[in-house]
Design a binder for this molecule. Structure first.
Ligand code: HEM
Length: 499
């Protein structure tokens, strides 16, 4: 009966509009492989907010307005909280990862572990750590400004690693950081939407030997790396527990606070997976480790992505930078650095922060969801098992909501009285039950880094780079981030605090 009713619903409702494609390939050749959000945003103009297309046998539904994303991913979240089927999950050892697992009981347990420590307000217990590492960030920037991307990376990696496993990164050669970044950079490459679709289509690629071109797809080698990455932080944490030196951390919180209430056999394995995902997901989006090495030969390919967007925005928009600094000088003065308690007193800085998130969202297509059952939305039929993409780029560049969307204009978040509007760009954190569980933590990290960097430094392009047109390269995969560019970071004259 259910298949009959499915057929009926399909018969009366058409698929959403979209470009016609070739038989087997679908629309794959029409999509910009480096920046698919650009193609999808053009399609919005032609076909509307809900677009259907196919990519090598995968059905895609692209939601390019906040309204459509909220209608489906938020309001019908019981049907839209799955992830796409990945032939790679099992052979590559990715089953530990919250981001990829299906909408099942293990995933719920992962979310409880994250929520337990990272829920709003509770997450503020990590603020002292975030403040401490922001001091280190400023010291490093003052001492060696040219290496700013290393310092951004160190800041974002340190805060999240300290919070998840109580692991202190003492230098740039930290073993755990190396193991995790090495593995996540491979994971990100393997799980990019394009590669996932290809591997679903040709699973035999998992056996490609490591020494031939494309050998990075070899499953046995990837699995070995993943296992090492999962076990190492727990070995280090266990050593601390045994010696009575373990401080507060999300992993310990989960082991001590949740075990009683969750009677699953492999609870420690679940905690390992959930915590490693928190670290890797936080690291991936706040600092990027998945650059396409083939496009980048001369730079370090790990960068703090949101902080990189901030830096680019400040270099390109000196007026916005100056205005934010004037606000900090007037409200805080030069005797101390801004603190979390000052956040409500600095509306222009808040507007800069929101505009950074909007201007170049670091996850321009979020992370694709999948539909569990057939559904009908308006006049359209959405088949079971479709990959559902929230086109965050189209939402943050909607000219009706954000006039001149490519311009960096923090004022768009302030009303005529200089008060903040209620638009806090929440769509950049994703939707429904899958919404980013690290968003409050990430907000605390990014805001404190931005406000303190503004208080202490001036940012500008290096003059030769500016004369040459200041054309910044972008590193794109699931995330999109400016590659490091030549820039001057100069300590502000009015800062009396000693860095
Ligand atoms: C600026 C920083 C960040 C941005 C823009 C961001 C954005 C996102 C987005 C768009 C998603 C997908 C949501 C969806 O499927 O609808 C996501 C998922 C996720 N994020 Fe974040 N994130 C950030 C930082 C963090 C941090 C710091 C952590 C950990 C402390 C974290 C942990 C996660 C996890 C575990 C998921 C997977 C959730 C699931 O599949 O259920 N993120 N994030």
């Amino acid at each position: 009966a259910s298949s009959a009713s499915r057929r009926n619903r399909h018969d009366i409702n058409a698929y959403p509009p979209g470009p016609s494609g070739l038989p087997l390939l679908g629309n794959v050749y029409q999509i910009d492989g480096m920046a698919p959000w650009m193609t999808f945003t053009e399609w919005k103009d032609t076909y509307g907010d809900v677009v259907y297309c196919r990519q090598l046998g995968t059905e895609l539904v692209i939601l390019s307005s906040e309204e459509a994303a909220r209608d489906l991913l938020d309001k019908r979240s019981s049907n839209y909280s799955d992830r796409m089927h990945m032939a790679m999950m099992e052979p590559y050892g990715f089953k530990y990862n919250t981001v990829f697992i299906l909408h099942d009981d293990i995933w719920r347990l992962h979310r409880r572990i994250a929520h337990h420590s990272l829920r709003e307000h509770h997450v503020n217990m990590f603020r002292p750590t975030q403040l401490r590492f922001s001091d280190v960030l400023l010291e490093n920037l003052a001492a060696n400004p040219d290496k700013y991307h290393d310092h951004f990376q160190r800041f974002s990696g340190s805060v999240v690693l300290s919070a998840t496993f109580d692991h202190d990164v003492v230098d740039n050669d930290d073993l755990l950081t190396r193991v995790v970044t090495d593995t996540t950079s491979l994971t990100n490459r393997l799980t990019s939407p394009g590669n996932t679709v290809l591997m679903n289509f040709l699973p035999i690629l998992q056996y490609v030997p490591t020494w031939v071109p494309g050998g990075w797809r070899n499953a046995a080698a990837a699995r070995k790396k993943t296992e090492r990455m999962l076990n190492l932080p727990f070995e280090l944490l266990n050593a601390k527990i045994v010696s009575g030196m373990a401080g507060h951390s999300i992993a310990l919180d989960a082991l001590e606070g949740l075990e009683e209430t969750n009677k699953v056999d492999n609870f420690e394995e679940v905690v390992k997976g959930a915590c490693m995902t928190l670290y890797a997901a936080g690291e991936e989006t706040v600092f990027l480790s998945n650059a396409r090495r083939d496009h980048l030969t001369d730079i370090d390919f790990k960068t703090a992505s949101t902080m990189m967007v901030f830096l680019l925005a400040m270099c390109r928009n000196p007026d916005a930078q100056r205005r934010a600094q004037q606000e900090i000088d007037a409200v805080i003065g030069a005797d101390r650095l801004p603190d979390y308690n000052d956040r409500g007193l600095l509306p222009y800085v808040e507007a800069v922060y929101r505009e950074v998130l909007r201007w170049y969202p670091v996850a321009p297509l979020g992370i694709p969801h999948a539909s569990t059952n057939d559904d009908v939305y308006g006049d359209w039929f959405i088949p079971k098992g479709s990959t559902i993409i929230a086109n965050v780029w189209a939402m943050s560049h909607n000219p009706a909501k954000y006039p001149e969307p490519s311009a960096f204009k923090p004022e768009r978040f302030l009303d005529a009285h200089g008060q903040l509007t209620d638009d806090n760009v929440s769509y950049i954190w994703g939707f429904g039950r899958r919404i980013c569980p690290g968003r409050h933590f990430a907000t605390n990290s990014v805001w404190i880094a931005i406000v303190r960097m503004l208080a202490a430094f001036r940012f500008e392009f290096q003059s030769e780079f500016e004369r040459a047109g200041a054309d910044v390269k972008w590193i794109n995969s699931i995330t999109s981030v400016p590659a490091p560019f030549p820039c001057r970071i100069v300590q502000r004259q009015n800062t009396t605090h000693d860095l």
